[in-house]
Design a protein around this ligand. Structure first.
Ligand code: AMP
Length: 219
């Protein structure tokens, strides 16, 4: 696929699979808008709205926020994507996949591919528990595997990095359970639609990105 062509894709994978690492590169190379529902929800929490407190409780428990709210957020966001979109964190279950299908058909859009980032669960604890986040941009780092240039500072803005309140072992356990029971079945759903492609995301970020690009270049 030429980097000039408009592309609409979904990245699907467990927490810590590297969706947030691949997405900014795809934005840079293909111009697609990175739509991370986790980042959108964290922005609502930051805004101090009463809804934010409720959302924070759900996120910290590792469960899913209600489907209707997520559908509304995605509809509003997709309408603004002029050069294609990259969904990171949506859909999370079959109901959301159906919602997305309706949104796309109403907006006259279609999905090009669904890329699954596949990583064994045992690698995810180390990845998640060393993760550092730049809240306003969504950029992520890792203490060991992808450290910022200056300790605890975002490379671009120099602002402080923080840890996500759900990046701890008990919340991760619940998030993984939710992933395997509710989100992983979407892989079959998209296989049936002939949209699924798989990447081995247990290797380095560079190798993962090479695999992702190879998939897009076949489109
Ligand atoms: P993420 O940043 O994608 O790991 O998402 C962090 C948390 O936000 C998840 O564990 C959920 O609690 C919530 N969340 C993100 N996206 C969705 C979604 N599509 N549906 C429901 N909850 C979501």
């Amino acid at each position: 696929m030429s980097s000039q062509k408009c592309v609409n894709l979904i990245l699907i994978g467990p927490p810590g699979a590297g969706k947030g690492t691949v997405a900014p590169k795809l934005n840079e190379d293909y111009g697609v808008t990175h739509l991370s529902t986790g980042d959108m929800l964290r922005a609502v929490i930051q805004s101090g709205l009463p809804l934010g407190q409720k959302i924070k409780e759900v996120i910290d428990s590792g469960k899913l926020v209600n489907d209707e709210l997520m559908g509304e957020m995605i509809l509003a966001a997709i309408r603004d994507c002029k050069r294609g979109f990259l969904l990171d964190g949506f859909p999370r279950n079959e109901k959301q996949a159906e919602m997305l299908c309706n949104i796309l058909s109403k907006e006259g859009l279609k999905l090009d591919t669904v890329i699954e980032l596949c990583v064994p669960d045992e690698l995810l604890v180390t990845r998640i528990c060393g993760r550092l986040l730049h809240t306003s941009s969504g950029r992520t780092y890792h203490e060991t595997f992808c450290p910022p240039k200056l300790p605890n500072k975002d490379d671009v803005t120099g602002e402080d990095l923080c840890r996500r309140s759900d990046d701890n072992e008990p919340a991760l356990k619940k998030r993984l359970e939710v992933f395997h029971t509710q989100t992983a079945p979407l892989i079959e759903y998209y296989k049936k639609l002939k949209l699924h492609a798989m990447v081995d995301a247990s290797c380095s970020p560079e190798e993962v990105y090479t695999q992702v690009r190879a998939i897009l270049d076949q489109k």
